[in-house]
Design a protein around this ligand. Structure first.
Ligand SMILES: Cc1ncc(COP(=O)(O)O)c(C=O)c1O
Length: 399
């Protein structure tokens, strides 16, 4: 029975999969809002009815109109957020906007940033005359904030780090980081894929220069909808070399020379991914209605519940114990973890598994407390009955 005292559970009916499964994997793919088929039908209907004229009926502007739906979730104003196809591309574009030839030639990253972003930045940086300094982690869970600050010096042009670390859900203090980096004269670009939608983010309070994320996970908006925030000052000061015609002041004049549009428009690229943007709208709207403060309070409560259940069984935790530093996902290692994870999936308890971290459980605003206890009760049963043995030798399923 849903907990009637939890007002966020009123949103459960918006997500059909919740009626069928214990869905604890919003750190990977958020549940689909029931209205997404209507949005996609609007897309096909427009294409079928208007053909090429659909561009003039909203398609062309969609990276900005959908960005406006995401903006309140990070404390941004209208027309400060643009949609982008991937975070890796968005972070790469930001890198190409900086000039590394004027004495500042360093990009600071951390060992626990998402590898895709590091692959791109580490490949691009030397071509742009920059070097990358990677701040190590001692425990594989956290990055020491003082160590991160100490790596930022007068050679640092850009600090490009995750806000919440994907592996452990450790929260880096964005306000302190921005204050320190700015005092040192460096620009900050946060990868907020694991913060926007599960913890309150306020770009105005932190003063961050750039912030990227995606609607795929916590924002329940499906694949293909990533976003980039650029502060108005950053848009005045910088323009990306990795660009496209949507960023031009007069894209349909097809001029030979680039003339960057003002503001957030200059961070757009080529032709927008229109179907993905249709799917991306409803999730962020529902989350904005639910309210980030309420979502965060519930997340802290349910992740604490998971920590207590894991501790009671002696499972090794790969997540911060301090709620102030803990994001939305709890990972813990159980015996025969890969097989147990597959047994859970077979029982429609949807989680994911990462070697080294263990089973990752991500309650979200639509999760009941009973579902949280059910995950661990099912693990108990799978271990007790040895149901995990049915999956011995199977390759872990990727979710
Ligand atoms: C922190 C973080 N950054 C970036 C990504 C993905 O980036 P992209 O949109 O380039 O696939 C993920 C995906 O899991 C992530 O966890």
């Amino acid at each position: 029975m849903p907990d009637v005292t939890d007002p966020l559970l009123r949103f459960r009916d918006e997500f059909p999969i919740l009626a069928r499964s214990t869905y604890m994997v919003s750190n990977s793919l958020g549940a689909m809002p029931r209205t997404v088929p209507e949005r996609l039908a609007e897309y096909t209907e427009a294409w079928a009815t208007w053909g090429v004229r659909a561009w003039a009926r909203g398609w062309w502007e969609m990276p900005l109109t959908v960005g406006d739906a995401v903006a309140p979730l990070l404390g941004a104003a209208g027309h400060e957020v643009a949609m982008a196809p991937t975070v890796t591309l968005a972070q790469s574009a930001i890198l190409t906007a900086l000039d590394f030839t004027k004495g500042r030639d360093t990009v600071v990253m951390t060992q626990l940033d998402f590898p895709s972003v590091r692959y791109a930045i580490e490949a691009l940086a030397p071509k742009l005359g920059a070097r990358v300094v990677v701040v190590p982690s001692d425990d594989g869970i956290s990055i020491d904030q003082q160590r991160l600050h100490a790596a930022i010096d007068e050679r640092t042009a850009l600090v490009c780090v995750s806000h919440v670390l994907f592996r452990s859900a450790y929260i880096i203090d964005a306000d302190a980081l921005c204050a320190h980096a700015h005092a040192m004269g460096a620009v900050v670009s946060l990868d907020a894929y694991h913060s926007v939608g599960v913890i309150p983010v306020d770009v105005k309070r932190s003063g961050v220069d750039f912030l990227t994320g995606g609607v795929l996970k916590w924002l329940c908006g499906g694949p293909g909808g990533c976003f980039v925030y650029a502060s108005p000052a950053a848009s005045e000061r910088f323009a990306p070399a990795l660009t496209g015609w949507q960023a031009h002041q007069r894209p349909f004049a097809f001029e030979e020379q680039m003339a960057y549009a003002p503001g957030i428009t200059r961070w757009l690229g080529g032709t927008p991914v229109v179907p993905a943007l249709h799917a991306a709208i409803d999730g962020p709207r529902i989350l904005a209605e639910a309210g980030m403060q309420a979502i965060r309070e519930k997340s802290v409560r349910q992740t604490a519940q998971l920590v207590a259940l894991a501790d009671a069984r002696g499972y090794k935790l790969s997540a911060p114990r301090d709620p102030a530093r803990r994001g939305g996902t709890i990972a813990f290692d159980v015996p025969h973890g890969a097989e147990v994870a597959q047994a859970l999936l077979a029982r429609d308890v949807v989680i994911d598994y990462r070697p080294g971290a263990g089973i990752r459980v991500a309650p979200h605003f639509y999760t009941t407390d009973d579902e949280v206890t059910r995950v661990v009760a099912e693990i108990d049963d799978i271990l007790h009955t040895e149901a995990w043995r049915a999956f011995e030798g199977n390759r872990p399923r990727v979710t």
